[in-house]
Design a protein. Structure first.
Length: 169
């Protein structure tokens, strides 16, 4: 953690402004994902961003998805093919954020919960962690790297010990 006592008041205010910009960025990411807004979703990432989805355990629900996606174009492709087409209810919640700002870069960790109702699969709940790196670009704060790890997935309201992954990374 930064030594706050060594920072000027102006630097501390800049860090707070950056932290709130990042919180709004993550809120926008969640909102745009839930509304299948591909362009809005992609705009939350830096041009050279990395999205690591290995920890989502797509294989357990029958999806074959690459483990890492590099750059906005690749991220847009996987979102457009794997998330946007599903005609289902989807609601992501971000919680318990921890954000450290280091000038024009920052790191963060968020808990997440997703409630979805997928046709032919039913209502599901999943949750886990986002481990993030952020960069302050000419377009504002963007996600530079996101590592998504699911800790559990279950039929909504029904705990299933076989679908509890815990912290696996």
């Amino acid at each position: 953690m930064d030594n706050q006592a060594a920072k000027t008041l102006e630097q501390r205010v800049q860090d707070l402004e950056a932290e709130w910009a990042i919180r709004n960025l993550v809120s926008t990411y969640l909102w745009k994902a839930d509304h299948r807004d591909v362009q809005g979703y992609i705009d939350t990432f830096a041009e050279d961003a990395v999205l690591d989805t290995e920890g989502l355990h797509f294989d357990k629900v029958g999806f074959v998805v690459a483990k890492e996606h590099h750059g906005r174009e690749d991220i847009a492709k996987v979102f457009s093919e794997c998330i946007a087409p599903f005609p289902c209810f989807m609601w992501h919640l971000g919680h318990a954020p921890y954000i450290e700002v280091h000038g024009d870069n920052a790191v963060g960790r968020w808990g997440w919960t997703a409630v979805v109702n997928i046709p032919n699969f039913g209502p599901m709940e999943a949750g886990g962690i986002y481990d993030d790196e952020y960069a302050n670009t000419s377009e504002g704060w963007k996600i530079k790297k996101r590592v998504i790890t699911a800790w559990y997935s279950m039929e909504f309201g029904k705990w299933n010990e076989n679908m509890f992954f815990g912290p696996t990374r």
